[in-house]
Design a protein around this ligand. Structure first.
Ligand code: TXA
Ligand code: MG
Length: 356
C-alpha cells in the first residue's frame, strides 16, 4: 500500500481542511499519520490505544524500551494524562508552549503502556505548528509521536524524508513544508529535583534556567560519560548517515579548518571519497583545494554566525550524503552554548563518538 501524500499549502485555512479531516479519520481508526511540527516531522497515533501505538514501533523498527512523546494542543489536555501538574510545569509551559520543550511528568496510567515503555512517567509537549495543532484538534486525541524516520536515521525535516523512510508503512504524511527548528524538542524531567535535561533540544538550558533557575543535565550527556543515559532513547546510535562520520576539533576555528582540510587531502590521496560538513563561512577553503578527479562532496550547513540555521539544515545535510558515493565524512564542530548543545549532541551521536 502506498502512503498518502497530503499536501497542505502555506496560508490555506486548516479548519475542516479535507486532508486534515482524512488524516484525523485515519488516526481515529488506529492508523499512523506523519505530520510536521516546528522541530521535525512526527509519526502520530492514538496515544490511548496499544494497537495504534504498536504500529508506530513496527513502522519505525523502534526498540520497545524507548518511550514516545505525547503531543497535545493545549495545557488543559494535560490534565487527562498526568497524576499531578507541578507549578514548574505550568511556569515552563507558560513560557515555552507551544514550542520545542517536552516535560516528563508522573503519568496517571491512562496512556498506552507501550507508549510510555512501561515507565511511571510520561513525556508531553505542545508543538508549535499550525498543521500539527489542526490535526490534534480534529482527532481530539493525544498523539504519541516519535520522529517519523526509520530508527537510527536522521530525523525528517521534510515530507520527502518521511516518504524516503516510511512509504508504504504508514497511512500517510501531511506535508507542511520544511520544519523550522530542525532538531528535536528539549526533554526535561520534572519528576526529579532539581529538574534534569535528558535531551538537549530546541529550548536551551540557558532559556530554561531563566524561568526556573538551576537545572541539571543528565551526566550521561557529558562527552566522557560512563553511565547509561536516563532517557532511554539517548543510548541508541542515531542520526547516522551510511558513511562513517568523524568530527574534527581544534582550539580555534582556523586550526580546525586547516586540520580538516589536510585530513581530507590525505584521505583523498588514499582513494577515499571524502564528504565535508562546513558552513557558508568555511566552504571556499575546501573548494579551493578540490580535485576534479576525485572531488570532495562539500555540504554547507547554514551559517556559523547564525547557529539556528545550522540546526535547521543539519538533518537534511546528514541525510543527503546517502545519495552520494562518499566513503567517509569529516565535519566541523560547533560551540556547545545555546542551540549548539543540541547540534553537538546530534553530531556526536551521528559520529558514534569518532573524533580526529
Ligand atoms: O521534537 C520532538 O520531540 C519530536 C517531534 C516529533 O515532536 N519527537 C521526538 O520523539 O523527537 P522521539 O521519540 O524521536 O524522541 C523522544 C525522546 C527519546 O529520547 C525518549 O527516550 C524520551 O524522549 N522520552 C520520552 N518519554 C520519556 C519519559 N517518560 N522519560 C524519559 N524520557 C522520555
Ligand atoms: Mg527520534
Amino acid at each position: 500500500m502506498k502512503s498518502k501524500h497530503w499536501m497542505i499549502r502555506a496560508g490555506e485555512p486548516l479548519e475542516n481542511h479535507p486532508f486534515i479531516l482524512e488524516a484525523a479519520e485515519a488516526i481515529k481508526k488506529g492508523e499512523t499519520v506523519a505530520f510536521p511540527t516546528e522541530t521535525v516531522y512526527g509519526l502520530g497515533a492514538n496515544a490511548f490505544s496499544d494497537v495504534a501505538v504498536n504500529r508506530i514501533f513496527t513502522a519505525k523498527g523502534r526498540p520497545s524500551d524507548n518511550p514516545l512523546i505525547i503531543h497535545i494542543y493545549d495545557q488543559l489536555q494535560m490534565e487527562e494524562l498526568v497524576a499531578e501538574i507541578p507549578d514548574l510545569a505550568r511556569q515552563l509551559f507558560n513560557a515555552f508552549a507551544p514550542g520545542p520543550l517536552t516535560l516528563v511528568l508522573k503519568s496517571n496510567g491512562r496512556i498506552s503502556r507501550l507508549a510510555t515503555a512501561g515507565l511511571e512517567s510520561v513525556g508531553i509537549r505542545i508543538p508549535n505548528h499550525p498543521v500539527a495543532i489542526a490535526l490534534l484538534k480534529s482527532c481530539g486525541l493525544p498523539l504519541a509521536a516519535p520522529s517519523a524516520n526509520v530508527s537510527g536515521k536522521p530525523s525528517p525535516t521534510q515530507a520527502a524524508h518521511v516518504l524516503e523512510d516510511l512509504d508504504g508503512r504508514i497511512a500517510g504524511v501531511l506535508d507542511g513544508g520544511e520544519t523550522g527548528v530542525g532538531v528535536e524538542s528539549t526533554v526535561l524531567d520534572l519528576t526529579v529535583s532539581p529538574p534534569m535535561i535528558l535531551r538537549p533540544g530546541g529550548i536551551s538550558r540557558e532559556q530554561i534556567e531563566e524561568v526556573i533557575g538551576k537545572t541539571a543535565v543528565d551526566p550521561a550527556l557529558e562527552q566522557k560519560a560512563i553511565h547509561a543515559p536516563r532517557s532511554p532513547g539517548m543510548k541508541y546510535t542515531h542520526y547516522a548517515p551510511k558513511a562513517p562520520l568523524w568530527l574534527v576539533e581544534e582550539r580555534s576555528i582556523e586550526e580546525m579548518r586547516a586540520r580538516l582540510l589536510s585530513e581530507a587531502i590525505n584521505l583523498r590521496e588514499k582513494g577515499e571519497r571524502v564528504g565535508i560538513i562546513t558552513t557558508a563561512e568555511g566552504e571556499m577553503i575546501y573548494r579551493d583545494h578540490d580535485d576534479a578527479k576525485n572531488p570532495f562532496v562539500i555540504k554547507r550547513c547554514g551559517h556559523r554566525e547564525n547557529m539556528n540555521s545550522v540546526a535547521r539544515e543539519l538533518y537534511h545535510v546528514l541525510r543527503s550524503f546517502d545519495h552520494t558515493e562518499v566513503s567517509i565524512i569529516l565535519s566541523e564542530v560547533f560551540p556547545y552554548s545555546g542551540i549548539g548543545a543540541a547540534i553537538m549532541n546530534r553530531l556526536n551521536k551521528a559520529a558514534g563518538g569518532r573524533r580526529l
